[in-house]
Design a protein around this ligand. Sequence first.
Ligand SMILES: NC(=O)c1ccc[n+]([C@@H]2O[C@H](COP(=O)([O-])OP(=O)(O)OC[C@H]3O[C@@H](n4cnc5c(N)ncnc54)[C@H](OP(=O)(O)O)[C@@H]3O)[C@@H](O)[C@H]2O)c1
Length: 306
Amino acid sequence: MRAVVATRLGGPEVLELRDVPEPKAGPDQVLVRVRRAGVNFADLSSTRGTYAQAPPPPFIPGLEVSGQEVAGERAVIALVPTGGYAEVVAADRRFVWDAEGLDLDLAGGYPLVALTAFHALAEAARMRRGETVLVTAAAGGVGSATIQVARALGAGRVIAVAGSEKKRRFAIEQGADLAIAYDDPVPEPVDVVVEMVGQPVFERLLDSVRPLGRAVLIGWAGGEIQEIPGVLDLRARGVGVFPFSLGAYRSKSPDAFARTAAPGLELLRKGLVRPPIGLVLPLEQAAEAHRLLGSRETMGKVLLAV
Ligand SMILES: NC(=O)c1ccc[n+]([C@@H]2O[C@H](COP(=O)([O-])OP(=O)(O)OC[C@H]3O[C@@H](n4cnc5c(N)ncnc54)[C@H](OP(=O)(O)O)[C@@H]3O)[C@@H](O)[C@H]2O)c1
């Protein structure tokens, strides 16, 4: 089969289209014939060697797909630990879900961002109806999904933070009430922050969180990991900080994840959340997809057509 292989550690240049043997399904796995593979920031980190859950090279990146089960032809979406940039991938059957009602041409970019946003808001932050949510990198894959999930869960107000005027307009289209630049003051206190850019963005935004508010730290796309203040500082603020990784949660507690994911997937099935697909490239252009995602040039999700 054709697959994109990370041949060594490095940037987009390490990705090569190769002919490789099809995977075999292990116990409790199903084979999925891939239609679309989602491209995620974690895939960039995995080829750079900075993603804890990634195998050493050579490996096939790709953490989410849409497609059909090889046995039975059922239309599905799936999360996989690796291997999505390929014609066939083996997936743990607990993380393969019926794609009924979803467009397979788009849904390959849905599960990872929708479930990350859902867990950040509903499980980590325990967001309540009416609360004000602020999200960074708000026009990106996870960011735009977070706006939509916050809306679907009944957020009172959603404030988007994004790096350009075009991205701020896009964030408003996804349902944000207000979109600001990184160095703009936050115009009102917020209850929940979903932060994925890192320092110094996190440090500044923390001042806008009201007492009993929560900040969920899910990534550091800007390259500088967040510095969490000490107990005395957080106690004086009365603010909780919750670093969260969907991949770590899933590998540590797979059955709990399958359970907590269910209401997040329902948001997709009911059409309440439709992560926007900004760009679809053919599989052989995986390196270009990585280059664009890593250079802040994309909005919404990037997909590979397999
Ligand atoms: N914890 C989890 O489980 C989890 C799961 C999925 C993703 N994530 C994290 O969520 C973040 C977003 O992931 P994504 O796949 O949806 O990507 P993305 O948001 O579509 O793209 C990354 C965005 O980050 C912002 N950014 C700021 N500084 C950047 C820099 N120096 N280089 C590149 N981008 C920069 C850019 O938006 P602006 O121009 O608006 O700043 C850029 O568009 C990443 O940090 C990722 O690691 C975490």
